[in-house]
Every structure is written in C-alpha cells, then in structure tokens.
Design a protein around this ligand. Structure first.
Ligand code: UD1
Length: 418
C-alpha cells in the first residue's frame, strides 16, 4: 500500500508547476467513447485514477496510450466489447461516467456499481433520473448497472435536485447524441463541467450554458473527434500547495494554474491572514503575519470545495483560536480528524460539523490515509509537525497527485517513500 515518511517543521519555498486536472481528465476519457475518430488530450496527469480509467476504456474497445508523459492519444471503439471489468470499475467511482456515453453511442451499457473514495453513501439516483429521462432503460443486476435503449436517446428537460457534478456530466455527454434538445436545470457549475463542454463542442457537439445553472444541449447525429485538447489545471492540487505554503509559513508560487478556479480558497486564506498574490496563470501564497482561525462551509462551486476541506482541517489544527468546518456535500468526510488527533490536534466532530481548537504544535506519528484528500491533509500535517510522520496507505494519494513527493522536495520538504 506504500508509506510516506516526512520530517516536518520546515517552511516550504519555491515554485511548483500544477498538473492537469484529475476530475476533468476522467470525464474527458469517458467522453472520448462518444467520438468516431482519434483524439489527443494534452496536460493529462499521470496518476493512478487516470491509469485505471485508461485500462477501463481500453477494455471496452478503445485504444488509449501515452504519447509523452502528459499527452494521451485515444482511438475510440468502433463497437463495444462486453462490460468493463468489475475489479477495475470498483476502484474508481468516476467509471459511472461511462454510462451516458455508452448508451448514447452504442445503445447499451453495463457498469459494475462503482467504488472510489469512502466518503459517504454517494447514490446515483440523479444519474438514473437524467438518463431514464432521455429514454434509457436502466436496471440493477448482479451488482451492475445495466442500460439499454432500443432507439436513439431523446432530448428532455431534466431538473437535478442537487447540482451533482457526476450526474451533470453523465447527462450532458448522453444528450450530445440524443435527438432534439436537452435542458439540464440546477446543473453543477464546476470548472470541470465547463472543460467537458468545451471538449464536447470541439468534437462537434452543441452545448451551451456550461458554468451556469442551466445547460442546453442540441443533439447531433455523431461526434467527430479529430481534436487536440488541453485539460485544465488541477485546482485541488493547486489548492493543496496553497495550503502547504500557508500552513508551513512558507512562500510558494504555483505555475500553470487558473486563479479564478480557486477564488473561494483565496478568500479563505486571506481571511486567515495569509498573503495571496494573483498573476494571470500563477499564484503566490506567503505568510507575513500570524495566521488566525476561520470558519468554512463546503458548498457546490463556486462555494468552498469539499475536496479542500481535509487539507484546511490540518492547517487550522495549529492556528490559535477556534475554527468551525461544516461539510455540506459528503456526510462522511471527517475521517481524517481521528488521525490528526493522533498527532495532537484538538478536533470535535458532531455530524456534519467539526470544531477545531488550535494547538501550539502537532507531533509526528504513524497515521493512515483513509481517502485521497485525507492523505493530502496528512501530508500537510506531517509538514508542519515536529519529528517524523509516517503515512500508511499512501496509494490513496497516488490516485490524485502527480509526483507529489518530488514536487514537495523541490520546495524543501524532507519527504520520502518507504
Ligand atoms: C465529483 C468529484 C469529487 C468531488 C465532488 C463534489 C469527480 C471524479 N469527482 O464527485 O472529487 O468531491 O464532485 O465536488 O469529478 N448525489 C446524489 N445522487 C446522485 C449523485 C450525487 O444524491 O445521483 C449526492 C452525493 O451523494 C453527494 C453530492 O450529491 O452528497 C455531490 O456529489 P457529486 O457532485 O455527484 O460528486 P461526484 O460527481 O461523485
């Protein structure tokens, strides 16, 4: 499972290049199934979630392979092989994003009920509501979601009870090849949704309104492919380095990023007294005065991202005063609190709320990553703690961060893999 050892207490300084976005890459790999011709994706992060998704689409009949360390060439399948292997799908929740593209292009889909990070119940009712609204027949059989449609999907009006990222993406992809117009109301507005819409449009789709509450899709008979498309930078990786800079009292400049995508985090770090300097595609975070406690509520974009909540918890655990975190997206996302407590943090969890009393310092300990962002939080904690921290289950971190240890080393961290 891998272990990471960190000797903490060093302010990290320097410049780091942000990789392509994990969540955008996963959606784009699924969308590639919709096309007829070859696609080149640039700025794709070489992380284990992306590798698993490549294996999954290849098992369905695509031919995806790395051309360079961050460029992927994908030849979409002409016909669909039988369902994706269960052991791969179970590793990756985002494999549910194959349902829409498979149904739209091939009229059938089988995807094992997906796995992924253990951060809540994570139902799929909104995906089902949207896809059945477009005319698909969906049912569960032996732990798999099976779907079929006897004729071309039909455009429809779909209202999402919650702006789910995955449901918006699945329905948007399915609707590109449906007959007529689809409206997704109360759609998710995350930057990854906009990136997916831009990619679909580059292939010939007609998607308007991505990034707002209502997305309008006029179905077309086919998508061509034949495009070269760069994936947006990873706002959560960038955000993690922003928190590392603030938490260690360092000075880090992130390159190849989009500051507009991390505005909620910028606002919160400024409120905590960190200095944030925005460039066009760079961002510098440094600390010139003592940090102070803050309260945070996670919300759908453009609210504060749930994927940054754990890293903030680690930082706030050593800031004087009381900070309150409210998690509104996933109901089981405070598991890292117990690990931080092993390092001396004072955190009380009550349902969806965590109350953090800042302590003078954290102490290195043996801790366990329970999910991807919990792993990132333990890295932040290890970097600020005195002594040595050993993080078990480091493979969770490899799901979403490209070369994290190397990047941290160049910033001055004492970190290694065991
Ligand atoms: C995506 C991201 C994940 C991020 C999350 C929220 C990917 C691969 N993953 O996950 O990193 O943390 O958005 O920003 O892009 N829900 C339902 N019914 C559904 C679908 C979702 O009730 O059919 C609920 C979920 O249980 C959860 C909330 O909606 O409470 C948000 O989930 P959603 O936005 O769908 O997250 P994902 O797409 O799974």
């Amino acid at each position: 499972m891998g272990r990471i050892l960190i000797k903490g207490g060093v302010p990290l300084r320097g410049t780091v290049k942000v990789s392509g976005a994990k969540n955008a890459s996963l959606a784009l790999l699924c969308a590639a199934i919709l096309a007829k011709n070859e696609i080149i994706l640039e700025n794709v992060p070489d992380i284990s979630d992306v590798r698993v998704m490549i294996e999954i689409i290849n098992s369905l009949g695509a031919k995806a392979a790395w051309e360079t360390p961050d460029i992927l060439r994908i030849v979409p399948p002409e016909k669909l092989n039988a369902g994706a292997p269960i052991h791969l799908v179970k590793k990756l929740r985002a494999s549910n994003l194959l349902l829409g593209p498979m149904l739209a292009r091939f009229g059938q889909a089988t995807v094992a009920l997906p796995g992924g990070c253990n951060i809540g119940i994570r139902p799929m009712d909104l995906h089902f509501k949207g896809l059945t609204g477009l005319g698909a027949d969906l049912y569960l059989e032996h732990g798999c979601v099976c779907g079929s449609t006897s004729e071309r999907l039909k455009g429809a009006r779909v209202y999402l009870d919650f702006p789910s990222v995955g449901a918006t993406e699945n329905i948007m992809m399915a609707a590109t090849l449906a007959k007529g117009q689809t409206l997704i109301e109360n759609a998710a507005k995350e930057p990854e949704i906009v990136d997916l819409a831009n990619f679909l449009n580059a292939m010939g789709a007609k998607v308007r309104g991505a990034g707002t509450d209502v997305i309008k899709i006029d179905g077309v008979p086919s998508l061509n492919g034949g495009v070269r498309f760069p994936v947006i930078p990873d706002r959560i990786e960038a955000g993690t380095f922003m928190v590392v800079a603030a938490a260690t009292g360092g000075d880090i400049t992130m390159e190849n990023m989009i500051p507009a995508h991390v505005q909620p985090l910028i606002a919160k770090l400024r409120e905590a007294n960190a200095e944030v300097i925005e460039g066009e595609d760079t961002l510098r975070v440094c600390v010139n005065k003592p940090l102070k406690s803050i309260d945070i509520k996670t919300m759908p974009y453009p609210g504060f991202p749930t994927d940054m909540q754990s890293q903030l918890m680690a930082m706030l655990s050593v800031i004087p005063g009381t900070s309150v975190l409210v998690e509104n997206i996933f109901e089981n996302r405070f598991m890292v609190a117990d690990e931080l407590k092993r390092m001396g943090a004072r955190i009380k969890v009550e349902g969806r709320m965590a109350v953090i009393e800042g302590v003078d310092a954290l102490e290195g300990a043996q801790v366990k990553a329970t999910d991807l962002r919990a792993g990132a939080a333990l890295i932040v904690a290890g970097l600020i703690a005195s002594g040595e921290t050993e993080i078990c289950n480091a493979n969770f971190i490899d799901r979403g961060y490209h070369n994290l240890e190397e990047k941290l080393k160049t910033l001055g961290a004492d970190i290694r893999r065991k």
